[in-house]
Design a protein around this ligand. Structure first.
Ligand SMILES: NC(=O)c1ccc[n+]([C@@H]2O[C@H](COP(=O)([O-])OP(=O)(O)OC[C@H]3O[C@@H](n4cnc5c(N)ncnc54)[C@H](OP(=O)(O)O)[C@@H]3O)[C@@H](O)[C@H]2O)c1
Length: 267
């Protein structure tokens, strides 16, 4: 039995690949840029061009279960190929924003969810909130200067560890009881940006300074529509749950654990 994992260079795709390999499973990793991707020993790496039906058919040949990254392009071609391949289950990595099409993030993910749901293919949808791994964008300045520069330091999010998203994806791929379900997923606690920086400082056992950027200053470094959403969100705690425990049965990892897991990347 072979698992196809798309988006191999992404943090979630790569973690799914690592967890499947650790469990001794047969894995084919697919990337839009296979020359730029690295995979663990024993994992087959293929290119996946969602504009090219042949490339999709080759990637899906002999595959039983698919972790699908919500690329907007080529979803209809992907559906045709998945029907021909007769796959047992597909897990789609979507977004918690897909609960509504009222903002651009939700609309973008619904554009992939809808045709997949309507296709009749066996499908489980994961809708995570903010990734803990978004904090990787802070690593360069933490490493160089022990500083993080960001806007909205009191904005609260529920960061979710990529290992919990990957474990949820694999649990869903492995148990047909999950087919047809949509799982919103948050991390286990609401934390401000400032508290996330503090958790990283605690993992380092060194101070890390948070320098607040104005909305205008931040527009140089951050995607402006995301800044607008953050500005609207205010500073109230972000709703917690359901977490990955609703899929895996084990408690979700904290942001403090994530900071320790990535210490080597910013020490
Ligand atoms: N970040 C969040 O907080 C968040 C929250 C909820 C949902 N999501 C959704 O989850 C999905 C992945 O999220 P993400 O934004 O954090 O992306 P990511 O995991 O960094 O990468 C997503 C994909 O982009 C491709 N990619 C293109 N250039 C890359 C590069 N230089 N390095 C690594 N990968 C590259 C990779 O696929 P190939 O290997 O095929 O090129 C990869 O799987 C998206 O659909 C996103 O909307 C994100």
């Amino acid at each position: 039995m072979t698992y196809l994992v798309t988006g191999a260079r992404g943090i979630v795709g790569r973690t799914v690949i690592d967890q499947l390999r650790s469990a001794g499973k047969s894995v084919r990793a697919a990337s839009s840029q296979p020359a730029e991707a690295t995979v663990p020993d024993g994992v087959e790496l293929v290119g996946l061009d969602l504009a090219d039906p042949k490339s999709i058919a080759t990637a899906l040949d002999g595959v039983d279960r698919i972790f699908y990254y919500a690329a907007q392009e080529g979803v209809d071609r992907f559906i045709d190929a998945a029907k021909s391949a007769g796959v047992a289950n597909i897990v789609l990595l979507s977004s918690i924003a897909a609960a509504s099409d009222q903002n651009f993030i939700g609309a973008r993910h619904l554009a992939v969810e809808r045709p997949l749901r309507e296709s009749g293919l066996p499908l489980t949808i994961l809708r995570p909130g903010a990734f803990a791994a978004n904090a990787r964008t802070w690593f360069a300045t933490i490493k160089a200067e022990r500083v993080v520069r960001l806007p909205f330091p009191e904005l609260q999010l529920t960061p979710i560890h990529e290992a919990d998203m990957a474990a949820s994806a694999i649990a869903a791929l492995d148990d047909p009881a999950h087919i047809g379900k949509i799982y919103p997923l948050t991390g286990p606690e609401s934390l401000s940006h400032r508290q996330q920086v503090d958790a990283i400082a605690a993992a380092l056992a060194e101070p890390v300074e948070l320098v607040e950027l104005s909305h205008e200053e931040a527009a140089e470094f951050f995607y402006p529509p995301v800044l607008d959403l953050w500005a609207e969100a205010g500073t109230d705690p972000s709703p917690v749950g359901p977490t990955s425990e609703s899929v895996t049965g084990v408690p979700a990892r904290t942001f403090a654990a994530w900071a320790v897991d990535h210490l080597a990347d910013y020490r």
